[in-house]
Design a protein around this ligand. Structure first.
Ligand code: ZN
Length: 105
């Protein structure tokens, strides 16, 4: 399924840019496939992928901010510090996971 927004933002500009609409459809989203500069591609899937990457990047930045904040406010008391470091470690695990999601194209 393609949304109206995707038609407006992705397919319409592509048609105007001179890309050729092919007689084939994307098996994943049903959009017509396009050809430009000898490359056949699905513009909707590419658009979704980029959008997803941007969203992941946004989340990662928030997590990273929090991580820095924690790194700059280490408690001196040992027991508190232990908990603090545990939280930082968990946060780092999540950040790593997000990085992998971004990289896994
Ligand atoms: Zn597609």
């Amino acid at each position: 399924m393609i949304t109206d927004e995707e038609i407006r933002k992705v397919i319409a500009p592509l048609l105007l840019s001179g890309a050729k609409m092919l007689d084939k459809h994307c098996p994943k989203c049903g959009s017509p496939l396009f050809e430009k500069d000898g490359r056949v591609f699905c513009p909707v899937c590419e658009y979704r992928e980029k959008k997803r990457e941007r969203e992941l990047k946004g989340v990662e930045e928030v997590l990273m901010e929090k991580f820095k904040e924690l790194a700059n406010s280490m408690p001196t008391e040992v027991e508190k510090l232990r908990v603090h470091l545990e939280v930082m470690e968990k946060l780092l695990t999540i950040i790593e996971r997000y990085k992998k999601l971004e990289g896994g194209k």
